[in-house]
Design a protein. Structure first.
Length: 612
């Protein structure tokens, strides 16, 4: 690299690349440096409260380059700007060093020495003490820059030395990356190709960053048991300092817990829950925070480290509620179709009782191929006869036996009655005769049938195709179509059903939504209660192992039913894990102490530990 290489033709340099060095003075900071990687140092890991909290819940927690979102996009753009600037500066230096140094100034900093310093700094944190002397001697930045100015820098030799050093300390899976870096630096140096030289240094920094990440992730795996076991002590010590500085609102948290513990119990449990005392009161309050219908309630400041987990829990609970709504509407729609078929499947061509809904003469159109059972319309279930059969409205259906039967439209209830004409607070999803087939609340519904479970599985497949925050609103038409197609209802009723479904989904004011939420809580409560009983006597590490170990379903459980059960259990496990750990940290600091007392937090903490 540098003037010693005579293969570089200055005449071939694109004039557009000869930009002023001063225009790029803002981009001399390499994208990866010892400073940017400092959070990966073991002392930073041990003293990072958010990381130490998160490690309790994620068995796969590890460091990786953060290029997500807008922040990641800006980081990538800055890196691209840096390497573009480096290519421009190297080209200017090689073609006209005097002009380049004149524009740079005596104290000017540029990309090449900045990159070499960054490489040296990271190397010193990666290699053991026995190799430090070799790094200091071989990777002397000032000496390398002098050699570069005189045209005697041998980057090929330097690349080979780096290869040997890195392969002694990096994971084997990084070897190909190291070899690619050596090839690029060697060919770029021999042929005077600035593009290859810059690519080689870019890969070198990439390898060093990956090695630093590997070391940090290995340290996390080794330290995880100790960090988890010490969670409560560490967090109490950390937050007591914050409380003393007035940076945590324990008064608001205390008031929240007192309000929540005095609310009616929305979790149906057996008598054993009351023996858990304040712990179960807190778990009930936590469940309340996870309900989408309570999203407007203020989350206490004490949940600072669990904010993302609560948001995810609330989203997953909403998924369960909306799936209950979909299953409920499917069951009602399917039952209505089966009811119509059963009412008319046994009908005969000659009526025997004039008052029967199905007692109509067979139409001459029996030979025609008409639609299957449709959604009931207004007047479907009345037994009153119209005065003139010639004015009678209706349609044909094909019975299970293959016969076609004329179905008149007469007085009765409609499957989609309006909110104003229904005793329900939202449109009813049940077609019924007024006295016999009244809607059944979801929490009293029969267990999900195999067909309903299959529909649920198909709905989950549709939902998995979207990662948008408003997936339920955007996918409601597709979900409605899938539900309708799972019954014998004609697609002509799709717009009506889509509107009906969209009204209930994610709508906490809907009666159907409220019943679905109650059903989810009924299923959740006994599992959650059992988990709280199980986790309470365990250590933090034992809870982590119990909560994060993959669970297997009983062989007697069908995949469809097992899937729904597993989802409820998974949510209950997360709530119990978050709740027990949070309670251990904050009960003596905020929930079981009077924030207006004159005692200092440490004294209050000791007093609270003796409280029931």
């Amino acid at each position: 690299m540098g003037p010693r290489n005579q293969n570089f033709n200055s005449a071939s340099v694109d004039k557009s690349s000869r930009l002023s060095t001063r225009e790029h003075s803002h981009a001399v900071e390499p994208p990866v440096t010892k400073t940017t990687l400092s959070e990966l140092d073991v002392n930073k890991i041990v003293n990072n409260p958010k990381l130490r909290h998160d490690i309790n819940f994620d068995p796969d927690l590890h460091f990786r380059p953060n290029l997500d979102g807008e922040k990641g996009r800006r980081k990538t753009q800055r890196a691209n700007d840096f390497w573009t600037t480096m290519r421009t500066q190297l080209t200017s230096y090689i073609t006209n060093r005097d002009q380049f140094e004149k524009e740079l100034g005596e104290d000017g900093e540029w990309c090449l020495p900045a990159t070499l310093k960054a490489i040296r700094g990271i190397l010193e944190t990666l290699v053991p003490q026995r190799d430090r002397a070799s790094v200091e001697e071989t990777f002397n930045v000032e000496l390398l820059m002098q050699q570069f100015r005189k045209g005697v820098a041998d980057l090929e030799k330097l690349a080979l030395w780096l290869s040997q050093l890195l392969k002694c300390h990096c994971a084997p899976m990084r070897d190909n990356w190291v070899d690619e870096m050596v090839t690029q630096l060697s060919k770029g140096d021999r042929n005077g190709e600035v593009q290859l030289l810059v690519a080689g240094m870019q890969n070198l920094l990439g390898v060093l960053e990956a090695m630093k990440l590997d070391v940090a992730n290995h340290q996390i795996r080794c330290l995880r048991p100790l960090l988890i076991e010490d969670t409560v002590h560490f967090e109490q010590k950390f937050f007591m300092k914050k409380i003393a500085l007035g940076r945590v609102d324990i008064a608001g948290a205390h008031a929240w817990f007192r309000r929540a513990s005095s609310l009616p119990d929305n979790l149906p449990t057996d008598g054993n829950a009351h023996s858990q005392g304040n712990t179960w009161d807190f778990i009930r309050a936590l469940v309340n925070l996870t309900l989408p219908s309570k999203s407007s309630e203020m989350v206490p400041h004490t949940f600072l480290f669990d904010e993302e987990r609560l948001i995810k829990l609330r989203s997953d609970v909403l998924d369960l509620i909306n799936l209950e709504i979909c299953t409920y509407l499917y069951r009602n729609l399917d039952a209505q179709c089966r009811l119509q078929e059963s009412l008319y499947s046994a009908s005969d061509d000659t009526p025997t009782t004039a008052s029967m809904v199905t007692s109509r003469p067979a139409s001459p159109a029996d030979d025609l191929m008409l639609s299957s059972a449709t959604l009931p319309e207004p007047d479907d279930f009345s037994t009153s006869r119209p005065k003139h059969l010639s004015q009678e409205r209706g349609h044909f259906i094909r019975t299970l036996g293959g016969r076609q039967v004329w179905v008149p439209k007469v007085e009765g209830s409609r499957i989609f009655s309006s909110a104003t004409s229904s005793p329900r607070s939202s449109p009813s999803s049940t077609a019924s005769t007024p006295d016999t087939f009244s809607p059944t609340p979801l929490y009293l519904s029969q267990p999900v049938t195999d067909s309903a479970s299959q529909v649920r599985t198909s709905l989950l497949a549709i939902l998995s195709s979207s990662t948008m925050n408003d997936k339920w609103a955007s996918l409601a038409p597709a979900l409605g179509l899938q539900i309708l197609r799972s019954t014998t209802t004609p697609l002509t009723h799709l717009p009506q059903f889509e509107s009906h479904l969209a009204f209930h989904l994610s709508n906490s004011r809907s009666r159907v939504y409220q019943e679905a939420e109650a059903r989810v809580l009924v299923q959740l409560a006994p599992i959650l209660q059992k988990l709280v009983e199980t986790y309470t006597p365990l250590t933090s590490l034992q809870i982590f192992e119990a909560a994060t170990t993959p669970r297997t379903l009983s062989g007697a459980t069908t995949p469809q039913v097992g899937g729904a059960k597993e989802e409820i259990t998974e949510i209950a496990t997360r709530i119990a894990h978050i709740g027990i750990l949070h309670w251990r940290v904050w009960a003596p600091l905020a929930y079981l102490v009077d924030p207006d007392a004159e005692e200092d937090p440490e004294t209050q903490s000791e007093r609270a530990k003796s409280m029931p």
